[in-house]
Design a protein around this ligand. Structure first.
Ligand SMILES: NC(=O)c1ccc[n+]([C@@H]2O[C@H](COP(=O)([O-])OP(=O)(O)OC[C@H]3O[C@@H](n4cnc5c(N)ncnc54)[C@H](OP(=O)(O)O)[C@@H]3O)[C@@H](O)[C@H]2O)c1
Length: 438
């Protein structure tokens, strides 16, 4: 058997402790399959005395992650600290400069500094592996970067945040509000005390930026991602979607268009029959469309210590076997600048929910504004409260109107709805959800 592969592990939280547990439980089997023993020759975290539920015996402690990163006693630096700057970045840079292979689960760091870190790895001739950074335990990075090289990828989209999918699933199944489901997600530990990073779509955006780079050979550009979260989604949207044959999911979508690469995160109506619509609860999924091949959907756990650690181990195993792929699939000099397709030019179907004021001429005014923008309506549903009976107090109440459009441009929809609002024929703000066809 070859020399053992020596790991320095920085960060011993959910994923770091999960990694040590996995190596301790399955180390012998791994050594047999890889043909090389994997040993942890250094660890670092913030507090030395914390009980992590896993033995650190025989693993030298380092007070500073960047010292561990460059220490001669390690071959691979495993960064499981998190954060887009600060100690994680400093330690990863130190490791790459010292010609250590790096394995990381840190999507925030890669979404912000991925291209420059990949450049550093290339210069030092070492691996920069990050399977765990996108969709946790689903092997989607390697699938796109290596297994699907023969495919000309046209679109990648997925459910990349378990918290949002959990909330939308409960809202749909139990008719609960966003706020009620968020509270439950926090109680169960699926959502942070400050949930905005998840529910406002930023976590999904970081993962999408990495997927887009892998799929389209562009430099990672988180700033090119259009982001909308799920907090405006109401139970009536999910009910209407169900009636019309759709489900609502928070999707990250990267798609090649004639105008450039669209990268967008927003609540999305997907046909109930699609693979992605079947994905419920905290589960993640990614669908990859390529020219001339049917879509491929990978489904699995997007987070959790054991699932994420399994992806980290797969990256470590590659290093042990001497496999080194370009971090983003091609040499740095071949990565193109991202040509961002403007969101106003996005073309697709739209779900629009309006609260129409109940007086003569309202429907005609709405229809006129849509027609002015050449928006064709595929279906229209009017939901009279009280089944259309006159309200007891005699006052007219607004009537929910749900429209599904044929493919149209986003700026046409925005213009039409601005005009409808100006006409004062609706109450409140219109709800708009984009439709993604499979
Ligand atoms: N959790 C998941 O399911 C999951 C899934 C996919 C990807 N990830 C990614 O994996 C990474 C780790 O996530 P996690 O959930 O395991 O985080 P976590 O539970 O908060 O653990 C973070 C660890 O980093 C240590 N740390 C903090 N500052 C440090 C410093 N300056 N030097 C050395 N160590 C330091 C902490 O030390 P103490 O323990 O002493 O405080 C802790 O052990 C993140 O990039 C995250 O995005 C996580």
């Amino acid at each position: 058997m070859s020399q053992p592969l020596r790991l320095g592990v920085a960060g011993l939280g959910t994923v770091g402790a999960g990694l040590l547990r996995l190596l301790q439980t399955h180390g012998a089997r791994l050594a047999e399959t890889i043909g090389r023993e994997i040993v942890v020759t250094g660890v670092a975290a913030r507090s030395r005395n914390k009980d992590r539920g896993v033995s650190l015996e025989g693993m030298p402690w380092f007070d500073a992650a960047d010292r561990l990163a460059a220490d001669p006693s390690i071959d691979v630096f495993v960064e499981l600290i998190g954060g887009d700057d600060g100690p994680a970045k400093a330690a990863v840079e130190a490791a790459l400069r010292a010609r250590k292979h790096v394995v990381t689960a840190n999507k925030a760091l890669l979404a912000k500094h991925g291209t420059e870190l990949a450049r550093l790895a290339e210069k030092s001739g070492v691996a920069l592996n990050f399977e765990a950074a996108v969709a946790g335990g689903i092997p989607v990075v390697k699938a796109i970067r290596e297994s699907l090289q023969g495919n000309d990828i046209t679109r990648v989209y997925g459910i990349l945040n378990g918290t949002c999918n959990y909330i939308l699933t409960r809202m749909e199944q139990e008719g609960l509000s966003f706020a009620e489901c968020l509270k439950d997600a926090q109680r169960l530990g699926y959502a942070e005390a400050n949930p905005s990073f998840d529910v406002d779509g930023h976590d999904t955006a970081q993962k999408l930026a990495i997927l887009a780079s892998l799929a389209f050979g562009t430099k990672v550009a988180q700033s090119a991602v259009y982001v909308e979260g799920i907090s405006s989604i109401a139970p009536e949207d999910l009910r209407a979607a169900a009636d019309l044959g759709y489900r609502v999911k928070l999707l990250g979508v990267a798609v090649r268009t004639a105008k450039g690469i669209e990268q967008r995160v927003h609540p999305t109506m997907v046909p109930k029959s699609s693979s992605i619509a079947q994905v419920m609860g905290v589960t993640n999924a990614v669908t990859i469309d390529g020219e001339g091949i049917p879509p491929i959907t990978l489904v699995g756990p997007g987070a959790g210590g054991a699932a994420t650690a399994s992806a980290v181990v797969a990256d470590i195993a590659d290093v042990a076997r001497g496999i080194r792929a370009n971090p983003f699939g091609r040499p740095i000099s071949h990565l193109r600048d991202t040509k961002k397709a403007p969101m106003e030019r996005h073309e697709g179907g739209y779900y629009i929910r309006l609260l129409a004021r109940d007086f003569p001429g309202t429907a005609a005014a709405i229809a006129t504004r849509l027609a002015e923008q050449k928006i064709s309506i595929e279906s229209i549903v009017q939901r009279h409260p009280n089944g259309g009976a006159a309200p007891a107090n005699g006052k007219a109440v607004p009537v929910p109107v749900i429209l599904i459009t044929y493919a149209t441009h986003e700026d046409a929809v925005r213009r039409a709805l601005a005009a409808v609002q100006k006409d004062k024929v609706i109450s409140g703000r219109p709800q708009v959800i984009r439709i993604e066809k499979n």
